[in-house]
Design a protein around this ligand. Structure first.
Ligand code: UDP
Length: 360
């Protein structure tokens, strides 16, 4: 049986991998071995997703997290090379844009193992973002580039990548939303626990380095959320990096309801019932659209430009707390055009089948 290695390590990668792993098992003869780098390690940033989404236990766990980008990526590179040499995968599958993605792809390329990149072609055109650096390098190393949208394909063309290597498959996160939506509604008790059943609220998530590592931006965002919470409840499932930054800066969040990061099923319910979602997350911007909830993106730019163009999302660069708060409050009730830029919910199948074809 042909073995492939899937390298994942961060929360959004577990969610992306879930529908793809199911499709690989159902539709191909490939034997998938999961390697967890350890980039995210808290139970509520990692284990919960394996349990809830039925992802196979990692065959290898590197336990590498923290440190600078170079230190983390370098340690992953060294560890992955050893594992690849031992298990000899026929291909390596990577997702998105984290240091785990970069290390997974680079270690494979050096050993002449084909790399498959899911979520290829995304660009923010902001080279200061670690994610943008990772995406560009990984796309140029990959042998099969599976893009979520037409715009992503165009970005790859513009960078001179051969058309024969790329395919527009749609967004596997849409598949995950469809796959786990009903289960979430049936099993999650999060709204009861937060006493939010039937109530209007804003869901917020913040974790991008550009927001957490810049004290002035962080303080403006938190001031904006505090101001919104004086009018409508704000629920903030807080990323560990953001929690550390808030504690370090001593930000006052007023009436904002801060909760631990939640599992994916609770997140689906929190997102789908929100009046507005305010976020700097890539995945959460799209999920807002999948649930047809208006979104405010607390960044200067976004990779998911289709959502801004169709009116579902607006950018609110955190330059002024009062105007960010006003933008969030004014978003309730807005809608956008009904289009499907991210496919038909069958992206995972296309990923599995195109990988099987690559290896046939
Ligand atoms: N998510 C979750 N629990 C949370 C916050 C986010 O399950 O408390 C999910 C969210 O639904 C989405 C993914 O994590 O599927 C997004 O990950 P994140 O925001 O960490 O990364 P990004 O998408 O920005 O790369």
């Amino acid at each position: 049986m042909t073995s492939i290695a899937t390298v994942i390590g961060a929360r959004p990668q577990f969610i992306k991998a879930a529908p793809v792993s199911l499709a690989i098992a159902a539709l191909t003869n490939l034997n998938e071995l999961i390697i967890h780098t350890g980039q995210h390690f808290d139970a509520n940033m990692s284990d919960i997703f394996f349990e809830e989404l039925g992802i196979a236990r990692p065959a290898h766990h590197l336990g590498i997290s923290g440190g600078g980008h170079g230190e983390m990526t370098g340690a992953m590179l060294a560890a992955l090379e050893k594992i690849y040499l031992r298990i000899k995968p026929e291909a390596v599958l990577v997702y998105g844009d984290t240091n785990s993605t970069l290390a997974g792809a680079l270690a494979a390329t050096k050993l002449h193992i084909p790399v498959v990149h899911v979520e290829a072609g995304l660009r923010s055109f902001n080279r200061r973002m670690p994610e943008e650096q990772n995406r560009i390098v990984v796309d140029h190393l990959s042998d099969l580039l599976l893009a979520p949208s037409r715009i992503a394909i165009n970005n790859l063309h513009r960078e001179g990548i051969e058309s024969t290597k790329m395919m527009q498959v749609g967004d596997v996160m849409y598949d995950a939303t469809l796959l786990f939506g009903q289960q979430a509604i049936g099993s999650s008790t999060i709204l009861n626990r937060l006493r939010m059943v039937g109530k209007d609220y804003v869901l917020a998530t913040i974790h991008r380095a550009e927001n957490t590592d810049d004290p002035a931006r962080l303080i403006r965002i938190m001031e904006a959320l505090r101001a919104v919470a004086d009018t409508i409840p704000v629920i903030l499932p807080i990323h560990p990096r953001t929690m550390a930054a808030i504690q370090q800066r001593g930000c006052d969040l007023g009436r904002v309801t801060i909760i631990e990061p939640v599992g994916y099923l609770d997140m689906i319910v929190l997102e789908s019932q929100a009046s507005v979602i305010a976020t700097d997350s890539g995945g959460v911007q799209k999920e807002a659209y999948f649930h047809r909830v208006p979104c405010v993106t607390l960044r200067d730019e976004t990779e998911w430009v289709e959502l801004v163009e169709t009116g579902w999302n607006v950018l609110a660069p955190p330059t002024d707390a009062a105007s960010v708060a006003a933008t969030i409050l004014n978003r309730a009730g807005s809608t956008g055009e009904d289009t499907s830029p991210y496919g038909d919910g069958k992206a995972a199948e296309k990923v599995a089948l195109s990988m099987a074809e690559l290896l046939a």
